[in-house]
Write a protein that binds this ligand. Structure first.
Ligand SMILES: [Zn+2]
Ligand SMILES: [Zn+2]
Length: 445
């Protein structure tokens, strides 16, 4: 149980150090509510003084939209590759430079607290258990429980001058030379500060920061993909929540991609001709070297013609199927029945679109978040992230034999985009469509 504030503690400042990697924002939870929840928790225990919250960790591993939301609510972003020891040193540093009384709430492993504590400071955690796993559960319950009562007055605050820090860069930094980086540089309290979220993301991609990171931190992840770790506690049995490195067998095997284009549309302004390249790149970066077959599945009459034509021109197969997730499930099952293992299936779709697991089939999703909303955010941003690097050699592939299929017309298929649009207006198709009773068959212009 969290400690109740004494009268003195109730009036003084509270600093919150939150290990955002160990104790992440739960999938589907609106990150803008984290701050009101922490404040509500503190208030309910009698802490009514000013609160400053630091989200500490390898922030490049946290999705940028989550960071932006946290930042907009006034949480200070603190980039560091050494999270636990950094939290400890921040707590130390604060106690060294501020006289008591003071409250420090550590949303982190208990082992990150300085010990022994200095007298006059009130160090505490919101958790009663010491195991990281149980901590994570109570974090989730705590947040979700407290937030239930706060629905109304959240999200209203925005802090124009929200700040951030980078613990591996320093003000007045020149580019690091050899041997200049010391792991406890950051104990000196000289971490580079900044204001505003855009300057933060700008800094993380700046040459200065990237060089610093490379020089001092050979262990950090340099792979652009996957940036999204497994956040879900309960992935379906055999469906991987994100691609893993292909085994030698898998890397040679055929790969089919089932893409629900209604659920995961091409983002506005994004060149549809890049989609295939991005999917190929994702697969290649994980060792899947056989060229995939990509099916854009959905109620294609709800997708703009220009997009369909662009996709088709790059060799993506258009699959007219009006029932969304259940059609995807059907198509995957049919495909599995025709293709013996080993095979790879990438499903850019609702997880419920996956058929029951079968051994020998390597079935996975491109990213790990479980809520549909976060999925679509990741889809958009992972595509866009990729495209920056590939302006040059795109659009070169065209597949003359790009094909299409129509599920409601007994999987009839053909070649070419013109042929596809013609099919959609044939009496046969329209008749099958009216048997479907589908009401959303108007073409968008
Ligand atoms: Zn930096
Ligand atoms: Zn048809």
């Amino acid at each position: 149980m969290m400690k109740k504030a004494t009268v003195k503690e109730g009036k003084t400042v509270t600093l919150v150090y939150w290990d955002i990697k160990e104790i992440p924002v739960p999938p589907g939870f609106d990150p803008r509510r984290v701050r009101p929840c922490i404040n509500g928790l503190l208030e309910s225990h009698g802490y009514s003084g000013p609160v400053t919250i630091y989200a500490v960790g390898i922030l490049t591993d946290v999705h940028v939209d989550i960071l932006r939301a946290l930042s907009s609510s006034g949480i200070v972003l603190y980039y560091t590759p050494f999270c636990g020891s950094k939290i400890m040193s921040l707590m130390f540093e604060w106690m060294r430079t501020s006289s008591p009384p003071g409250n420090i709430l550590g949303i982190c492993n208990r082992g990150d607290f300085p010990s022994p504590p200095q007298s006059g400071y009130n160090l505490f955690t919101p958790f009663s258990d010491s195991s990281p796993h149980e901590d994570a559960i109570s974090w989730r319950n705590l947040i979700l429980t407290v937030s239930g009562t706060l629905e109304e007055d959240t999200c209203s605050e925005t802090y124009e001058s929200t700040s951030w820090f980078c613990s591996i860069c320093h003000p007045d930094d020149d580019l690091p030379g050899e041997g200049e980086v010391h792991p406890d540089d950051d104990l000196c309290g000289l971490d580079l500060p900044g204001e505003g979220f855009e300057t933060f993301t700008g800094h993380l991609s700046s040459q200065e920061h990237v060089l610093r990171r490379r020089e001092g931190l050979p262990f950090e992840d340099f792979l652009p993909l996957p940036r999204f770790r497994d956040e879900d506690e309960n992935p379906p049995t055999i469906v991987r929540w994100q691609p893993e490195k292909a085994t030698p067998e898998e890397s040679e095997a055929v790969t089919s991609v089932f893409w629900d284009i209604n659920l995961f549309p091409v983002p506005p302004g994004f060149d549809a001709r890049l989609v295939r390249w991005c999917i190929n790149r994702l697969l290649e970066s994980h060792g899947y070297s056989a060229p995939p077959t990509i099916y854009a599945v959905g109620l294609l009459t709800n997708v703009h013609d220009g997009i369909l034509q662009a996709l088709s021109s790059t060799g993506i197969t258009l699959y007219y199927a009006p029932h969304g997730t259940s059609d995807i499930r059907l198509l995957m099952s049919q495909w599995i029945s025709k293709n013996p293992p080993p095979t790879n299936i990438l499903g850019i779709c609702d997880p419920r679109g996956f058929p029951p697991p079968l051994s020998g089939y390597n079935i996975f999703r491109p990213f790990s978040y479980s809520s549909p909303k976060q999925d679509s955010v990741l889809w958009g941003s992972s595509l866009l992230t990729d495209s920056g690097a590939l302006e040059e050699d795109t659009c070169s592939e065209t597949d003359e034999c790009a094909s299409w299929c129509c599920l409601i017309c007994n999987h009839i298929g053909g070649q070419g985009f013109e042929n596809f649009t013609r099919h959609l207006s044939t009496p046969n198709h329209l008749q099958n469509l009216s048997h479907e009773g589908s009401s959303s068959n108007k073409r968008r212009t």
